[in-house]
Design a protein around this ligand. Sequence first.
Ligand code: FAD
Length: 813
Amino acid sequence: MRTRAEVVIVGAGIVGCSAAYYLTRMGVRNVVVLDQGPLEDTGGSTFHAPGLCFHTNPGRAMEALALASSDMYRELHTPELPTWLELGGIEVATTPERLAECHRRQAYALAVGLETELLSPQQVAERIPLVDPDAILGGLHSARDGLCKAVNVCTVLRAAAGDAGAEFTGLTPVTGFQIAGGRVRGVETPNGSVAASTVLVCGGIWAPELQRMTGVPIPLQPMQNLFAWTAPVPELAGETEEARHPILRHQDRSIYYRQRYDGYGIGVYRHEPLPIDPEQFGSEQDGHRTALGPFTPEHFGDARDATNTLLPSLRDIDLAQPFNGFFSFSPDGYPILGPSAQLEGLWFAEGIWVTHAGGAGRAVAELMTAGRSEIDMRQSNPDRFQRFQTTRAYVRARGAQNYREVYDIIHPLQQMEHPRGLRTLPYGQRMEEAGAVFVESAGWERAQWYESNAGLPEPPGVQHRDEWAARLWSPIIGREHHATRQACGIFDLTPFTKVEIEGPGAVDWLNRVCASEMDRPVGKVIYTTVLDEYGGVFCDLTVTRTGDHRFLVVTGGGSGPRDVAWLRRHLPEGGGVTMTDVTSATSVIGVWGPRARDIITQVSSDDWSFPYLDAREVEIGPVPALALRISYAGELGWELYTAAEHGRWLWDTLFEAGRPLGAAPVGLGAFDSLRVEKGYRFAGQDMHTEYTPAEAGLGFTVNLSKSAFIGREALLREREQGGPRRRLCCMVLDEPDGAPLGYEPILVDGRPVGYVTSANFGYTVGRSLVYGYLPSELAEPGTRVSVRVFDHELGGEVSSEPQYDPSGERVRG
Ligand code: FAD
């Protein structure tokens, strides 16, 4: 075994093998892969997974990873060592809701360029003769789906990576990490240590053990999944091919199926979730540990009934090889892929299915070698979790719930039921009294709207939504929107992530990480973008200079941990700048609307005439606050920052003064419609690293003439090459009642050209608005577009933006 490596990979399952393969192809030769089990069958999940790969997945990145993976498995395929059987796949519907969901999934797939087909029951039975057509309403067919022969994939990848310089060693458990000076230095094994400045953890279900070795959270919950190979099926007698039938999902009953010669494999999610901890992984196979446990037939009953109905040929068939296999679920269902901000040199590629393993291996290798992956992996960033989201109880509860919901129809706004109420707003009780309909965000309980606003006047524009689009929506949202435009809305903004930056090097450092000029006078508020080396928008920030060497930096609540980790990672070596997260210590309330100044001057004797994008230390009654003249609603007003313990007092005081002038509490539903109407971008949706500021319509946040900053060279190149290739556009739908919810495909002449990044109804302008990126040549007002929602298309047109107050008079008012 080598004693020194450029990269050590822990785990030789399909993810570790794939990462090793791509790393060597990208020029990292000295890769050492260690596994606790024998390489030919390590005992990990890969070695007993049946290998079904469906491409229709929740989320664009997951669909892109699935496509990249099947491309890889197809490329590796040889008749001697098959790695990929492109059989197609069918998701059957047995309820009208599921049939509608098939249409929705078909639309989402189209947005990533994946063609699928809706089949009649008879057409499904023609492709899978075991299916009873009378038991179903139809099915969604994807020709690209298939079976991955994961064990063979590992064999081929080990050989190819080995030829390129990698070394694979089995029966060598990693028992510890060498850590010094805040970074990884290598790993320890019973056979000696391997020095390496980079270690990639691909340990599958053993992640919690590896977490204990480094102290860095890997929030994953191993779960048991029931699987059984059946006895021979008489209808398949004599079958010589491994599989001819497309792979099959019966999501209404949470079951998946595949053929294996004259038998079938049946996998089941429809049972009480069975979380399992590493201490319980007791089972040993030939002296090493495996991701397998004893079969629990009591959890198979429903699958039996459902199979009898859907596939009568399998009626009460014997289960020849049943077992419970283990694999992991993260709190939000996405993988954990990328570098850890907590320990330099530590990387993760965890929580990944066979379906995504090839693409995930490539993505992590790209991140390690080039600092960016072709597929935007922001949703898988290991730093995305709040601290409480990595506690054992939380990870367990969320892992179990994600397992339960794996085949459910999930509405884009669907709320988790448990755990809730983990972070309490200072004025949470007041929100409850006002009839808040609560939604969870980063652990906070936030209002989507307030029932007490039901009697507010109707807005000029009214939208009628169908049942799907009306979930977690209410016409009250329009009334709150209107109250903000007419009088004043009072908004809970406490969940913003807030950090104080301090030190003699603060200005220079901010100028290096932000695209705008940050050396502005004390009291200025700067809205800026932060870019990656490729000029992509990593995040946007509101930065307020609160002293010569002091700044308040504000970013989103959900993206906060990731953004803060990124900023920390870029802090200058040798000190000079400190960062303090003050999120939990600070309460923030937004007061926005034409009457905002009339309200605030009743409770504060300070001068509130200071201009837009300025900040002032103020006193509101006895409470000190920092007021930022900025508004995400596009109206006159302020964000008021005060100590957390003053939050409730401030809330009460603002309402007492504001109510007679028409002020209302306003929830997130209206918050979003206000900002869409005003054309304000939402980080993570309307912009992320796939897009440059110019493409996102945020060119105004970039100052190319200032000193060097991250991403500048890439933006100069973009300019030299003729400017952006795509642009974020506002599109107005013909039908005001059309209500896309995000990620639907945008078509021009029937061809997919983009997808919906944001959509909402503009209650003031009375139009249904959609944002999405279009190729520059189409990004002109007047271009006809359509948005596919379920099985119908909504016509619309590219328009100028913003739709509301394009001159910005209101916000400066
Ligand atoms: P693994 O294959 O488990 O590899 C991790 C490796 O790390 C193991 O070899 C382990 O020995 C090694 N390791 C751990 N700790 C150490 C240590 N300290 N030192 C050295 N080595 C260590 N996915 C699909 O896409 N389609 C399916 O149809 C499908 N069906 C499934 C059915 C079942 C019953 C199960 C259990 C899983 C299924 N999956 C499926 C999920 C899929 O199998 C896994 O998500 C995937 O194989 C994980 O790959 P991996 O490389 O991350 O993990």
